[in-house]
Design a protein around this ligand. Structure first.
Ligand SMILES: Cc1cc2nc3c(=O)[nH]c(=O)nc-3n(C[C@H](O)[C@H](O)[C@H](O)COP(=O)(O)O)c2cc1C
Length: 208
């Protein structure tokens, strides 16, 4: 069994215990076609995955470490999220994302950091707490059952953390970036108009 999938399941249990409704997406099962930017009418698994991601308040990404970085399968799934560019708000705007990597060795932070680049590109927010699972053969047994209680605790904590922060983003309108940007633009325009009027008053003209 995939150990990165097993790690994701533990984190999802943590999210469920924290009150979230969860949905597991296994990229191996999804069997997504290679993303092609010229394919503007995707059907089947890609739009279903994309819609589920867009509907979620929070996401947990779990990638194995392959050749020092994220797996091609996970990267392809992330590339499919590009079809969210036309939505309003676009991409994973204001979604909270928890990051997990699972490596045979101890360099899993490279995978976390690589995924974080994509979180930013997709306009999401990575929670600061991350779980790079090292020595995967020791942590999970052949059936994917977790053997290391400390790592289990870390994964569950990450799941709960995504729910905690995700609830804040989902319920607090004041941190919706689009509204904040419009508000800031309005304030700048008002201040500029006031400064303009004041300047003309000093110059002996009357403001409109
Ligand atoms: C193609 C391939 C490349 C790998 N490259 C690395 C690597 O660069 N560093 C590492 O620590 N482990 C590496 N591993 C080990 C995997 O990270 C480890 O087996 C992990 O549990 C795989 O997760 P999965 O079971 O979800 O595929 C590699 C495994 C495979 C199959």
């Amino acid at each position: 069994m995939s150990k990165s999938l097993a790690a994701l399941q533990v984190a999802l249990e943590g999210a469920a215990d924290a009150g979230a409704r969860t949905h597991l997406l296994d990229v191996r099962e999804l069997d997504l076609p290679m993303y092609n930017p010229e394919d503007d009418e995707p059907v089947g698994a890609p739009p279903a995955m994309v819609d589920l991601c867009y509907a979620a308040d929070g996401l947990l990404w779990s990638s194995p470490m392959y050749q020092g970085t994220i797996s091609g399968c996970v990267k392809n799934a992330l590339d499919w999220l590009h079809v969210l560019s036309g939505r309003e708000p676009p991409y994973l705007h204001d979604k909270v994302i928890g990051l997990i990597s699972v490596a045979g060795g101890t360099q899993g932070l490279q995978v976390i950091n690589t995924m974080e680049f994509s979180v930013r590109a997709l306009r999401g927010w990575a929670v600061p707490y991350v779980v790079p699972v090292a020595s995967a053969e020791r942590v999970f047994d052949r059936d994917g059952q977790i053997q290391d209680r400390a790592v289990e605790f870390q994964l569950r904590t990450l799941g709960a953390e995504v729910v905690r922060v995700g609830q804040r983003f989902a319920t607090d309108d004041s941190i919706q970036r689009e509204a904040a940007c419009k508000d800031a633009a309005q304030r700048v325009a008002t201040a500029a108009a006031a400064a303009d009027a004041q300047g003309r008053t000093f110059a002996g003209e009357s403001p409109e």
